[in-house]
Write a protein that binds this ligand. Structure first.
Ligand code: CMP
Length: 138
């Protein structure tokens, strides 16, 4: 079990000025921010990040959405980070997300769903390395 996860505040939530409220929600739940930046992904970069979904029917729309505006990736640290963070953000589709979760509060749709969270310890390490060098982690 690893103690880090990688999150991305997505273009919909950044555009609606929800970044500050979402970071407060995350840190109030006990996660420590170990790395953070604002970045405007290129199509190539977004495609590489979501490479595992390349064959899925929603891949093109997903890349278009993730390159529609700036995003805020962060490395978060907490015991049992991956599972606890997925509980905090709620189901991928906000229509199915539990009350009080970040997606229930801020997401619009399964695509514009406000926030990403790694789905395994292995992917958390890969995704953290995708966005941040050792020099950018604290
Ligand atoms: P995320 O957790 O960032 O990982 C993959 C993303 O694909 C997911 O959030 C959704 O925002 C997006 N997506 C778009 N359409 C679908 C779909 N039909 N099923 C699953 N994920 C989808």
């Amino acid at each position: 079990m690893s103690n880090i996860t990688l999150t991305i505040i997505k273009p919909d939530a950044v555009a609606k000025a929800h970044t500050g409220k979402i970071i407060d929600h995350i840190t109030s739940a006990g996660f420590k921010v170990r790395a953070m930046k604002m970045i405007f992904l290129s199509e190539r970069e977004a495609g590489a990040f979501y490479d595992v979904h390349r064959e899925r029917p929603f891949f093109g729309d997903l890349v278009r959405f993730m390159t529609s505006g700036p995003v805020v990736p962060m490395i978060l640290e907490k015991e049992n980070a991956v599972a606890d963070f997925r509980t905090l953000i709620g189901a991928t589709n906000p229509a199915n997300a539990a009350e009080g979760t970040i997606r229930k509060l801020y997401a619009e749709s399964i695509e514009a769903n406000a926030i990403h969270g790694s789905d395994s310890d292995e992917n958390a390490l890969r995704e953290a390395g995708f966005f941040f060098s050792e020099l950018e982690r604290f």
